[in-house]
Write a protein that binds this ligand. Structure first.
Ligand SMILES: Cc1cc2nc3c(=O)[nH]c(=O)nc-3n(C[C@H](O)[C@H](O)[C@H](O)COP(=O)(O)OP(=O)(O)OC[C@H]3O[C@@H](n4cnc5c(N)ncnc54)[C@H](O)[C@@H]3O)c2cc1C
Length: 305
């Protein structure tokens, strides 16, 4: 079978299941190491990579020490990755440094703000050499994000960044394909298990053998483990974002995170992404809802009336 510029092998060192950011980043780094890699992607509607707001900051990861350390390392690696993809002329990634403001809009947010400030400004909270978050005046916050309305308190994370998930995944794919990645559009029905270990995958009725298989199926990953009796702790959660286009130039504006985890992400093309709902129990239904749009707009208008 021929896919893109490469023959889809019947055997690979590694098969990656899923062509979102996680699968493509994995595949790109593996082919850079000289491994023979095949990636299978079903292109499900509603996948996270196409929806992500693009905020890159360990300060928003907040899920325990292991995740925090991983997020710090990932944030520190991003500039290197963006440079490598640029050097390979793989296309735009949308990666750029951008300040991030945590904003308490009024007094009801102050308790959460104080707790967050205490965590983010703790000396042990960030590796040395990284700029430390610091409280700034409401006026300073508004100078960084002119749409802000009332501000009771604001904390500036100076060294955050943003990236465009669609652009980055396109660049990773181009760079990886040039280095020999074989991409197949298809559905991995199940993992092949022989002699007590995973030996490949079944793709639309065809066998694809591999020494190793990477499950990078995003919210759909749980289905891959089930036949093996493995329960991967992953479930779908719908997130809705509204893209707004204010009349002003948005270039250089800071990203804003509210105390209820809603956010505004300005892009240099004039867009401001306002997000997001986090709808546990939504299933795999990617359709926007009136209630979701209302929630996101209300939260955005609270920050930027
Ligand atoms: C609204 C929203 C806002 C977000 N904002 C941010 C943010 O600001 N900052 C941040 O860091 N992160 C953010 N995220 C999270 C980020 O987008 C995700 O962590 C990331 O994109 C996950 O990528 P992924 O490759 O794991 O999954 P996905 O992008 O969902 O890709 C999974 C792929 O695997 C394929 N697949 C699954 N099963 C199979 C199978 N059996 N066979 C073949 N293919 C299969 C699917 O079709 C899909 O293409 C946000 C997410 C959402 C939804």
């Amino acid at each position: 079978m021929r896919v893109g510029d490469h023959e889809m092998p019947g055997v690979a060192d590694v098969v990656v299941v899923g062509g979102g950011l996680v699968g493509l980043a994995t595949a790109y780094h593996l082919v850079r190491e000289g491994r023979r890699v095949a990636l299978v992607d079903r292109g499900d509607r509603g996948r996270a990579t196409d929806a992500g707001a693009g905020i890159l900051s360990p300060a928003v990861s907040g899920r325990g020490e292991a995740v925090a350390a991983f997020a710090e390392a990932a944030a520190a690696y991003y500039p290197q990755l963006a440079d490598a993809l640029r050097a390979e002329e793989a296309g735009e990634t949308g990666y750029a440094a951008a300040p991030l403001l945590f904003v308490a809009a009024d007094d009801t947010d102050l308790e959460a703000f104080t707790a967050l400030k205490e965590t983010l400004t703790r000396p042990a909270g960030r590796p040395s050499g990284r700029a430390q978050p610091a409280e700034v005046s409401p006026g300073h916050a508004r100078s960084l994000m002119p749409l802000l309305g009332p501000v009771a308190a604001a904390l500036l994370v100076p060294d955050a960044a943003r990236v465009d998930g669609r652009l980055l995944s396109g660049a990773l794919r181009r760079a990886a394909e040039r280095r020999g990645l074989a991409v197949r559009v298809g559905s991995v029905e199940r993992l092949l298990v022989e002699g007590g270990r995973v030996r490949g995958v079944m793709v639309d009725g065809e066998r694809l053998a591999a020494d190793q298989v990477v499950a990078a199926g995003g919210a759909w990953s749980r289905a891959l483990g089930e036949p093996l009796g493995l329960t991967l702790p992953v479930e779908p959660q719908r997130g809705q974002i509204v893209h707004l286009r204010p009349p002003e130039s948005t270039a250089g504006w800071a990203m804003v995170m509210a105390m209820d985890d809603h956010y505004l992400v300005p892009w240099p093309d004039g867009r401001v992404a306002a997000g997001a709902t986090r709808e546990t129990g939504s299933g795999f239904d990617p359709r926007p809802t009136a209630r979701g749009v209302q929630q996101v707009l209300s939260a955005a208008l609270r920050l930027a009336p």
